[in-house]
Design a protein around this ligand. Structure first.
Ligand code: SF4
Ligand code: SF4
Length: 219
């Protein structure tokens, strides 16, 4: 079982990655790539000729699950007897440069902060804790290197978006959800031009989706 303990930017934490790849194994149902992660993966995999559109990434490497009976999310596929992430190849991440934000930040994580703090940081205490040995990392430096400005901007916006979308989706009847599912998936996940910057498209899609859901709820 995994838990998280708060850490501060000024904390030094024992950590040394031995590149064992174990944090990419036994991940069934656990890794939910965010919209920005999938956009980056799609651009990288398109360069390699493996996909054409963002929906190809969802179709090929993830599957849909439903949260609270109303909220469709995509979960990374796993493979083999070790339930390894579908991108783990020969013990290494095959999409290392564009790996999801949680992989980038591991063994730490970040969440939007409270009481005036932009973010709060946590150290993951899980079955891989053997890597908390030998060397030390300063949390502030780790975040500077791994928590990019675009991720910070997205995570802040997404925390508000998820609250609003969750409220609207919970207000739909099961029939309304089924009738409008394709439209919801389109504006939430698929309507991205990989040649255009992410954030303006995310903001436009979110506004459009909220408008559509408010219309349905108000009918
Ligand atoms: S972070 Fe830990 S579990 Fe993951 S590859 Fe490094 S040593 Fe292994
Ligand atoms: S995307 Fe890469 S780093 Fe993240 S779990 Fe998969 S193989 Fe590991």
């Amino acid at each position: 079982m995994s838990t998280a303990v708060p850490v501060r930017p000024k904390d030094w934490v024992d950590f040394h990655c031995r590149l064992c790849g174990n944090c990419c194994r036994n991940l069934e149902g656990q890794l939910m790539p965010e919209l920005l992660d999938v956009y980056r993966l799609a651009r990288c995999l398109r360069e390699r000729g493996e996909v054409e559109y963002i929906e190809d990434v969802y179709n090929l490497y993830t599957h849909v699950e439903t949260l609270e009976d109303c909220y469709p999310i995509f979960v990374m596929n796993t493979t083999g007897t070790e339930n390894a992430c579908v991108f783990l190849k020969d013990g290494r991440c095959s999409v290392y440069e564009v790996r999801p934000r949680v992989c980038h930040l591991y063994p730490f994580n970040a969440f939007p902060g409270q009481r005036g703090k932009a973010f709060e940081f946590y150290q993951c205490i899980d079955q891989h804790s053997a890597h908390y040995t030998e060397e030390k990392v300063l949390v502030k430096d780790w975040m500077y290197q791994n928590f990019k400005r675009e991720d910070r901007e997205f995570l802040t916006a997404e925390s508000t978006t998820l609250l609003e979308l969750g409220r609207l989706l919970r207000a739909l009847s099961p029939e309304q959800l089924e009738e409008n599912l394709l439209q919801i998936l389109y504006y939430r996940y698929y309507n991205y031009d990989l040649d255009q910057p992410f954030m303006p498209q995310y903001e436009k899609n979110t506004e459009e989706l909220k408008r559509i859901l408010r219309d349905i709820v108000g009918r």
